[in-house]
Write a protein that binds this ligand. Structure first.
Ligand code: GDG
Length: 456
């Protein structure tokens, strides 16, 4: 169960077949679900008529959950993205606490739980994903005590000091405690949760097993990853290699290409990166023509005023840097506010000498792992925020504090002179890490841990 179904509405040119949504989660879970005759429960998205969703796609069942326009506002844009998202990301923006949103969030979670209760076979395993559905484990357990329930949170889980702001803090914790296994991206998030559970409910136990109502709830870290082999295979295709070369030549054959790829989201720290680049251009350390920044800022949550504000802020910053430091035919920053195809994305990873990943807070950050997976034997440098979950795994990345512009500029400057042999060695080491622990390993280890839980 996830907020969204794993398919996109077909374009006319697709001949009516429903293409799977891109991304590692869908590609990792599709074979697992197919093998078990599983069903994916989710919302098809605002602009899609649920009546036309097929029953199966790629061998897995689909069951769509409808949302009215008002539920879409209250549950999705409101409570999920206006309350939980900022609160769980260090309150980088002030979370809004609105009782009507909360009621809609609860109602939609009830609907998801009822549908799961309806479709799950006796003794089935139900895996619930992410912050939009935190009440589902508790609700489902009361409807169907026979099923085994897993929950995985893709985003950070905040410390007590922040979480306690939430007026419905106890209800959220109780909702999650309905699961047999609660998975987080990093151990710190799991520990935050376990402590809050002991404080806000009758739960006892340790940071890895919480006891409540004579049940045991396992809690742990399961860092998500990417389809490393699939990405490496794509990056080795001649047409992708040729496209990467073409991209470099289209950029004017610079010495160094810096790349950022993010959803346009205020948590991703894109603005800090632009400020750091501006500083290096102003100091003459970067020079348009020799050095190029490419920033893909994929449109996201565009109806939300906070996201519109962030876009304007970014566009102003990019305009300032380009206005001052570009020359005709050589922009300092190539800024694209659009999504790119999967092939184009891999070609961009291949074309980039330095990947800039500077979120202010991020559950994991898959872009950093995708870059590493695509650079099999190709060298390259990864500048990575210490506030991304990926930072604890990717030993060999250049870690920066994204709040400290000088730290980012220093890391970028160091990339200009790094020893090539050392760079190759370092990237090979990083590559081994993402190959060993790919998204298939993540799904298998989570499901194995869920199967070992004792309450069913
Ligand atoms: C949440 C958590 C956690 C992006 N632009 C394009 C494109 N993408 C793909 C990337 C990557 C994915 O979207 C983004 O994943 P991230 O992990 O970087 O960030 P969130 O979207 O915030 O994801 C995060 C994740 O869930 C998984 O648990 O890591 O912490 O916030 O796969 O490649 N793909 C294509 N074109 C684009 O323009 N094809």
């Amino acid at each position: 169960m996830a907020n969204r179904l794993p398919v996109r509405q077909p374009e006319r040119s697709d001949g009516g077949s429903w293409p799977p949504s891109p991304g590692g989660l869908v590609s990792a879970l599709t074979p697992v679900l197919r093998e078990r005759h599983g069903i994916w429960v989710g919302w098809p998205g605002g602009d899609c008529d649920p009546g036309i969703i097929p029953d199966t796609v790629n061998g897995i069942g689909l069951r769509s959950v409808s949302l009215s326009d008002s539920e879409c506002d209250g549950f999705y844009t409101g409570f999920s993205n206006g309350t939980l998202w900022p609160l769980y990301h260090d309150a980088i923006r002030t979370p809004t606490f609105d009782r009507d949103w909360w009621h809609q969030y609860r109602e939609v979670n009830v609907r998801f739980a009822e549908i799961a209760a309806d479709v799950a076979a006796p003794g089935a395993t139900v895996w619930v994903h992410d912050y939009q559905l935190q009440l589902v484990p508790g609700l489902l357990r009361s409807l169907r005590p026979d099923v085994r329930i897993g929950f995985f949170l893709h985003i950070p889980f905040p410390p007590r000091e922040l979480f306690m702001q939430l007026p419905w803090r106890r209800e959220i914790i109780e909702g999650l405690l309905g699961a047999d296994l609660i998975g987080f991206q990093v151990p710190g998030a799991a520990a935050n949760f376990a402590r809050l559970a002991r404080q806000l409910t009758a739960a006892t136990g340790s940071d890895s097993v919480v006891e409540i109502d004579s049940r045991q709830v396992a809690v742990g870290a399961f860092p998500i990853s990417v389809d490393s082999r699939g990405i490496a295979a794509k990056a080795a295709q001649p047409q992708i290699i040729a496209r990467a070369a073409q991209l470099r030549s289209d950029l004017g054959g610079p010495d160094i290409v810096f790349l950022g790829v993010d959803r346009l989201d205020y948590t991703k720290g894109i603005d800090r990166r632009m400020v750091a680049a501006g500083k290096l251009f102003s100091e003459g350390i970067l020079r348009a023509g020799n050095h190029v920044i490419v920033q893909i800022a994929v449109p996201s949550r565009e109806l939300d005023p906070l996201y519109q504000e962030e876009r304007h802020h970014l566009e102003q910053l990019v305009g300032q840097v380009n206005g001052q430091f570009s020359s005709v035919g050589h922009p300092a920053i190539h800024y694209l506010n659009q999504s790119v195809s999967n092939d184009e994305l891999i070609a961009l990873y291949l074309a980039a000498d330095v990947m800039l990943v500077t979120p202010l807070r991020d559950g994991m950050n898959l872009v950093s792992k995708e870059y590493v997976a695509a650079r099999d034997g190709a060298g390259g440098q990864l500048i990575l925020s210490e506030f991304a979950g990926a930072a604890s795994e990717l030993k060999g990345a250049v870690l920066v504090n994204p709040h400290d512009i000088d730290d980012i500029t220093e890391a970028m400057r160091a990339c200009l002179t790094r020893d090539r042999a050392e760079e190759m060695r370092n990237m090979r080491r990083l590559n081994r890490i993402v190959r060993r622990r790919d998204v298939h390993h993540w799904a298998a280890s989570y499901l194995a841990a869920l199967q070992e839980t004792t309450s069913v």
